[in-house]
Design a binder for this molecule. Structure first.
Ligand code: C2E
Ligand code: CA
Ligand code: CA
Length: 738
C-alpha cells in the first residue's frame, strides 16, 4: 500500500545516511563509564547546562566548574555553602506568578523544575533556571538534592522587556492603556466589595497638535515627557497615571469622592500643564482639559466610569480650553447637542443665520466712542441665539473657523466703512486663522473691497498664538504690520501671560480681561492692583489699554482711577446690530452715557429650577430662584419659620443641609451648612453625593446615580406623619412680583 511504501522509503533513507560513505557506528554503551563521563564533561564545560548536588543539609557538594565562573569566585569557595545562599530572593511583582521561592521548596524537600532565580554575584544581574530533585536512601532518609541549572539571562531580559512594553508607555514611562484598563478593573472590582470610591480623571492636551506640527515630532515627544513629569509631581502617590496614547492621559485616584478636593487637584493640574515648556531652545505653551467621574456615583463598572469621564472631558473641551468638568447626567444630552450644533454650523453661513454685532469701546475720560468690537451672532432657526463662546470653539475644532473668520472680516470692514468719522473696528482673529498663510490676503481683500483704511482695522489676537513656531509667528506679525492694521492683545492675563512676548510683539493695545474687572472693587481683592500694573506696563511700552466687561458703576470708577484709557462693557452698551450703530452715529451722537447698577452684585446667580426640599420625612417640590455657594432662595412652601433646618435636594444625589434665615410668605432664604463648590463650568455642585452603596443597602440595585430626585423612594412604604408645611404651586416661567 501507499502508506507502507512511504514508511519503507523513509526507513531506507535514514539507515543509509544519504549515500555518504558509512563509518561503523560507535554507540556509547551504558557500561562504558569512561566515555559517558567524557560526554558529561563536554556537556558541562560547553555551558549548555550544569549540574549541582547538595548534602542532607542542602549544602552544595557539587557544581559544574563552568557554572561557578558566573559567581566570579573560585569553584572551591562555593562548595559547602548553603544552596539557597547562592541566589538572591527577589520579590516577584508580576502578580500572576504563583511560584514558591527556592528556600521554601528546599526546606519542604519538594521537586522543582525551571525555577527562575537571580544569582548572588557582583556585576550585571544573571538569571538561571534551576531544577532539582530530592534523593533518599532505600530507607527513605533524605540525602540531598541533585539538579541541573542553566543561564537564561538573555531570555529573561527579553521577556521582561516585552512584558514592560506591554504595560508601559516607552516614551513617558507611564502606564499604558492596557495596564490602566487592568488597574481600573482590578481597583473597581475590589472597591465594589469594600464599598470604597474611586475617581477617574481624563486629560486631553489643548493645542498639542499645533506644537507637533510647528516644532516637529521630536519636540512633541519631549513635550509629552515633560507633561508626564509634571503630572507625576502633582499626583504623586495619590494615584496612578497613564498615557492612553497621543496626548491623552488618565489618572486613577483611589478613595477620592470629595468633588471639592478633586476639583482643586484638577485646577492645579491645569495650571501646571499651562506653564510654558522649553523644548530644545523653543518655547511652547499648551493647555489641558480635564474630565472627571467617580465610582460608584457616576459608574460602577469600569467601562461605564470611563464613558462618564470621557463625556465630562468632552464637555470640558467644549466649554473652552483649560477647564475641568465633573460628570453629570446632563452631559449625555449636551454631547448630543454639541454634535447637532456642529452639524448645523456647517450650513449656518450659507443660510444667512450669522450676523455681526458691534459693541462700543469708549474713551474713559469723555465717554466718546473710539471703536467698536465686532462680535459674531448666530440666530439658530430652532435653538434661537447661540453664544459665540459655544460655537466659536466648535468652529475651531472642526476647521470651520477659517470660513467664518473670513466672512466676519469682510462684513465688519464693510459695515465699518459706512460709519461716520474715523472710527475703528476691532475684529477677533482666532489662533487658527493667525496660523494660516492666507490671513494677510484675507485682510487686504476685506480692506480693498470695503475701502476701509488699514489703520481703522484692529485685529484682536489672544496669547495662544504664541505657542506656535516663533519664527512663523514673528513673520505673520511683520506681514500684518506692513499692511498697516492695528493689533490688540485680547483677554490679557487669562492664560499664559508672559511679559516676554509683550515686548517682542508689535501690539498697539492690551485688553484687560473681564476676569480682572469682576470683583476688583471688593476689599482685599488683588485685581485692582493687577489692573494698575497692566496699565502702567502698557504705558511703558507705549500701548493703549481697554478694560473689558465693565458692568457696574463702582467698577467703572475703579478702572478709570487705575488709568485704563478705554472701556468696553455692558455699562455703556451691549453689542448691537449695524442698524442701531448707524442710527446713533447718524444723529451725530458719539457719546455713550454709562448706566448700570451701582455695585456689582455678588456671585449670586439667578436660576429657575425645580428642586426638592426635605423636612422631617416629607419631600416637597419647590422652585429655586437664586443660588450662590453659601445659600439659595426657594419658593413654594408657606410660612416656614426662621431657624428651620431643611435638606435641599438638588437632584442626582446632591443633598445640602441648610437653615432658613429669612422667610416671607412662600419664599425662604436658606443658608447652607457647607458651601457648594464650582462644577468647573458656570454652575455649583455639592462636594458629596448620596452613595449608591447606601442606596443599595436600602434595597436598590447598585448602580450609578440616576437623574432626578429619588432620595425618598425608600420611605414610601413608611406611614408618613402629617406634612408640617403647606406646599403652594409656583408657576414656572411666570414672572412674579417680588
Ligand atoms: P471676547 O473677544 O473676549 O469678546 C468680549 C465678550 O465679552 C463678548 O462676548 C461680549 O459680549 C462680552 N462682554 C462685553 N462687555 C461685557 C460685560 O460688561 N459683561 C459681560 N458679562 N460680558 C461682556 P460674546 O459676544 O459672547 O463673545 C464671546 C467670545 O467669542 C469672544 O470673546 C470671542 O473670543 C469669541 N468671538 C466672538 N465673535 C468672534 C468672531 O467673529 N471671531 C472669532 N474668532 N471669535 C469671536
Ligand atoms: Ca475680543
Ligand atoms: Ca476679550
Amino acid at each position: 500500500m501507499a502508506m507502507r511504501g512511504i514508511l519503507r522509503g523513509l526507513g531506507g533513507k535514514s539507515a543509509s545516511g544519504d549515500g555518504a560513505a558509512a563509518s561503523p557506528l560507535q554507540a556509547i554503551g551504558m557500561g562504558d563509564a569512561h566515555r559517558r563521563l567524557q560526554l558529561l564533561d563536554d556537556f558541562e564545560s560547553a555551558g549548555i547546562s550544569w549540574f549541582w548536588a547538595t548534602d542532607d543539609q542542602n549544602r552544595l557538594i557539587y557544581l559544574s566548574p563552568s557554572a561557578a565562573e558566573s559567581f566570579g569566585v573560585g569553584h572551591e569557595e562555593l562548595i559547602g555553602r548553603a544552596l539557597a545562599s547562592l541566589f538572591i530572593l527577589e520579590q516577584d511583582n508580576s502578580e500572576e506568578s504563583a511560584e514558591r521561592p527556592l528556600p521554601f521548596l528546599l526546606s519542604a524537600r519538594t521537586k522543582f523544575a525551571n525555577l527562575t532565580v537571580r544569582i548572588a554575584a557582583e556585576g550585571d544581574p544573571r538569571w538561571w533556571a534551576i531544577s532539582g530533585k530530592p534523593y533518599q536512601d532505600p530507607g527513605g532518609a533524605f540525602l540531598g538534592y541533585r539538579g541541573g541549572a542553566k543561564d537564561i539571562t538573555a531570555d529573561y531580559e527579553r521577556n521582561r522587556d516585552t512584558s514592560r512594553a506591554a504595560q508601559f508607555d516607552s516614551l513617558t514611562g507611564l502606564s499604558n492603556r492596557n495596564r490602566m484598563t487592568k488597574r481600573l478593573t482590578a481597583t473597581l472590582t475590589a472597591y465594589k466589595a469594600a464599598k470604597r470610591s474611586c475617581a477617574l480623571m481624563m486629560l486631553d492636551l489643548d493645542r498639542f497638535k499645533q506644537v507637533n506640527d510647528t516644532l516637529g515630532h521630536p519636540a512633541g515627544d519631549e513635550l509629552l515627557k515633560q507633561v508626564a513629569q509634571r503630572l507625576e509631581r502633582m499626583v504623586g502617590s495619590r494615584g496612578e497615571i497613564g498615557r492612553l496614547g497621543g496626548d491623552e492621559f488618565q489618572v486613577i485616584l483611589p478613595d477620592v469622592d470629595d468633588r471639592g478636593e478633586l476639583g482643586e487637584l484638577a485646577q492645579r493640574i491645569i495650571q501646571m500643564i499651562s506653564q510654558p515648556y522649553s523644548l530644545d531652545g523653543s518655547r511652547a505653551i499648551i493647555g489641558t482639559s480635564v474630565g472627571m467621574a467617580i465610582a460608584p456615583y457616576d459608574g460602577v463598572e469600569p467601562s461605564d466610569l470611563v464613558k462618564s469621564a470621557d463625556l465630562a472631558l468632552y464637555a470640558a473641551k467644549g466649554g473652552g480650553r483649560g477647564q475641568y468638568r465633573f460628570y453629570s447626567n446632563e452631559l449625555k444630552d449636551s454631547a448630543q447637542k454639541r454634535r447637532e450644533i456642529e452639524e448645523d454650523l456647517r450650513d449656518a453661513l450659507a443660510r444667512g443665520e450669522l450676523r455681526m454685532h458691534y459693541q462700543p469701546i469708549v474713551n474713559a475720560v469723555d465717554n466718546k466712542v473710539v471703536s467698536f468690537e465686532a462680535l459674531m451672532r448666530w440666530d439658530h432657526p430652532e435653538r434661537g441665539a447661540i453664544s459665540p463662546a459655544v460655537f466659536i470653539p466648535i468652529a475651531e475644532d472642526t476647521n470651520l473657523i477659517n470660513g467664518l473668520g473670513e466672512w466676519a472680516m469682510k462684513q465688519a470692514c464693510s459695515d465699518a466703512s459706512e460709519w461716520p468719522g474715523e472710527l475703528r473696528v476691532a475684529v477677533n482673529v482666532s489662533a487658527h486663522q493667525f496660523n494660516s498663510e492666507s490671513l494677510p490676503t484675507i485682510v487686504t481683500n476685506a480692506l480693498a473691497s470695503s475701502g476701509l483704511k488699514p489703520n481703522q482695522l484692529e485685529l484682536e489676537i489672544t496669547e495662544s498664538v504664541f505657542m506656535g513656531d516663533a519664527a512663523a509667528v514673528d513673520k505673520m506679525f511683520t506681514r500684518l504690520k506692513k499692511i498697516g492694521v492695528k493689533l490688540s492683545l485680547d483677554d490679557f492675563g487669562t492664560g499664559y501671560s508672559s511679559l516676554g512676548y509683550l515686548r517682542k510683539a508689535p501690539f498697539d493695545k492690551i485688553k484687560i480681561d473681564q476676569g480682572f474687572i469682576r470683583g476688583c472693587t471688593d476689599e482685599d481683592n488683588t485685581n485692582s492692583a493687577i489692573i494698575a500694573a497692566i496699565v502702567s506696563l502698557a504705558e511703558a511700552l507705549n500701548m493703549d489699554t481697554t478694560a473689558e466687561g465693565v458692568e457696574a458703576m463702582d467698577e467703572l470708577e475703579l478702572v478709570r482711577k487705575r488709568g485704563a484709557r478705554t472701556i468696553q462693557g455692558f455699562i455703556y452698551s451691549r453689542a448691537v446690530p449695524q442698524e442701531q450703530v448707524m442710527e446713533k452715529l447718524g444723529n451725530g451722537d458719539f457719546v455713550y452715557e454709562p448706566s448700570g447698577p451701582a455695585k456689582q452684585r455678588s456671585q449670586r446667580r439667578t436660576v429657575f429650577r425645580r428642586i426638592g426640599v426635605i423636612h422631617e420625612d416629607h419631600h416637597y417640590d419647590v422652585v429655586m430662584r437664586n443660588l450662590s455657594a453659601t445659600g439659595a432662595m426657594i419658593e413654594g412652601l408657606l410660612d416656614v419659620p426662621v431657624g428651620t433646618d431643611l435638606v435641599i435636594d438638588f437632584g442626582e444625589g446632591q443633598l445640602a443641609v441648610g437653615r432658613v434665615r429669612r422667610s416671607q410668605d412662600a419664599s425662604q432664604g436658606i443658608e447652607f451648612e457647607t458651601p457648594l463648590i464650582s462644577d468647573g463650568a458656570d454652575g455649583l455642585c455639592t462636594r458629596h453625593r448620596i452613595s449608591p452603596y447606601v442606596l443599595a443597602a436600602a434595597g436598590m440595585p447598585l448602580k450609578a446615580l440616576p437623574s432626578g430626585q429619588y432620595t425618598m423612594e425608600r420611605r414610601k412604604n413608611d406611614s408618613p406623619s402629617r406634612p408640617k408645611f403647606m406646599q403652594v404651586d409656583v408657576q414656572m416661567g411666570a414672572a412674579r412680583a417680588a
